[in-house]
Ligand binder design. Structure first.
Ligand SMILES: *Cc1c(COP(=O)(O)O)cnc(C)c1O
Length: 386
């Protein structure tokens, strides 16, 4: 007699899968076969298409959002003695970029509804040394940049936008990045549009764009592509100390295909988020992230915040999900709680600490099925009754 058949193991549900297909593979292959794989015509085409998509005059492609943030702060001529207000509730690169230029990151708290800085939380930590603010559109939830831009202009402070997560998110019906002084974007696979690794800076300022192009390429006054295209020898010179922060044409080729799928990706993510909302309506004590009144998110991250009296803790929830074959993640980290920022002075950050301690990010990816969403909700419902 044989043992009774065990039910087939359920397939593990990842938290995110990039939506890549044969078109991206073909575009990468075409770039390789063209013989030009470093920064070249495909990067230029990707920059133009991306800038147009977000409504900015210029796009400067770089190797990551981290390097995009670094260069944005270099372009603002920030350095030792300057303070830059940032949220602690962000991926640590936001604060680190300030350290790269030798300036001081000053952590401000966020509002509970969006997880983003507001004019009030920035004002609470502003001093006469504050030269810039880096606002993050956290997890794709747009920040209220219209108010922040107005207040920063009054204060004489530059507003940089960390839009790593926010391609396809909108404020007042316009794309995030439209009207931004400097916005930094990421194409890491955890984000909505991916090139493997990669980043972009968008701006309306032609002089900044020109300097950013130079800074990403060792401070050279003529790019390798320009020198290659010239029929006469171009003797480059190095105008300032720059970096090698270039994107490759292979990455840009993938990015161009991804950008063409953006509307479909955002529509799908928003539909899955709306279905999660519906299903969570009868799971007491779990509050999902929502669109703010002034804009719409791309739901790059769909997070829920358990009520203070939720029967189990966040880490127990993550463990229960994991046991059921579901990869969820802790919510957004808080940089000020990491060893890298131990001893770094900061004001009380109660909202930041509550969100980073208690929130969790649920799986959401383009090809996610209703059955997979139902499995996630079933675990949460069971834990809510625990
Ligand atoms: C992912 C992320 C970054 C870093 O992006 P990379 O392209 O990986 O350097 C920076 N800021 C925020 C808010 C992010 O989510």
């Amino acid at each position: 007699m044989s043992a009774p058949a065990r039910p087939a193991a359920l397939e593990r549900i990842p938290v995110m899968i990039p939506w890549l297909g044969p078109e991206e593979a073909q575009a990468a292959a075409d770039a390789v076969l063209s013989g030009w794989v470093a920064q070249g015509p495909r990067v230029a085409a990707f920059e133009a298409a991306f800038a147009e998509r977000v409504g900015a005059a210029h796009g400067v492609a770089v190797s990551s959002c981290t390097t995009a943030l670094h260069l944005a702060l270099v372009a603002l001529d920030l350095g030792p003695g300057d303070e830059v207000v940032v949220p602690s509730l962000s991926f640590i690169a936001t604060a680190n970029a300030v350290r790269y230029v030798g300036a001081q990151p000053v952590f401000a708290d966020v509002e509970a509804a969006t997880g983003n800085l507001t004019a009030a939380t920035v004002d609470a930590v502003r001093t006469e040394r504050t030269k810039a603010v880096v606002v993050v559109h956290q997890g794709g939830v747009p920040a209220d940049v219209r108010t922040l831009r107005e207040r920063c202009a009054q204060w004489g402070v530059a507003l940089v936008e960390d839009a790593a997560c926010a391609i396809g998110s909108t404020v007042g019906g316009a794309s995030v990045g439209r009207g931004a002084l400097l916005a930094a974007w990421s194409f890491h696979p955890r984000k909505v549009v991916t090139t493997g690794e990669g980043g972009m800076i968008t701006t309306d300022d032609a002089a900044w764009a020109q300097r950013l192009r130079r800074l990403r390429e060792h401070g050279m006054n003529a790019s390798a592509a320009q020198r290659h295209a010239s029929s006469t020898p171009v003797l480059e010179s190095y105008l300032e100390v720059g970096f090698n922060y270039r994107m490759t044409d292979i990455q840009a080729a993938v990015g161009l295909v991804q950008l063409g799928k953006l509307d479909e990706m955002v529509a799908r993510r928003r539909a899955l988020a709306a279905r999660y909302d519906e299903l969570l309506a009868d799971v007491p004590g779990l509050v999902p992230v929502r669109d703010p009144a002034y804009g719409q998110g791309n739901f790059q991250s769909y997070w829920v915040l358990p009520a203070e009296d939720f029967p189990v803790g966040r880490d127990e929830l993550l463990a229960a999900l994991s046991e059921a074959g579901i990869s969820a993640r802790r919510g957004i980290m808080a940089a000020h709680l990491e060893p890298a920022y131990r001893g770094h002075p900061h004001v009380a950050l109660p909202v930041t600490e509550r969100i980073s301690r208690d929130s969790l990010i649920l799986p959401l990816f383009h090809t996610m099925t209703e059955a997979q969403q139902d499995r996630v909700i079933a675990v949460l419902r069971e834990q809510a009754r625990a």
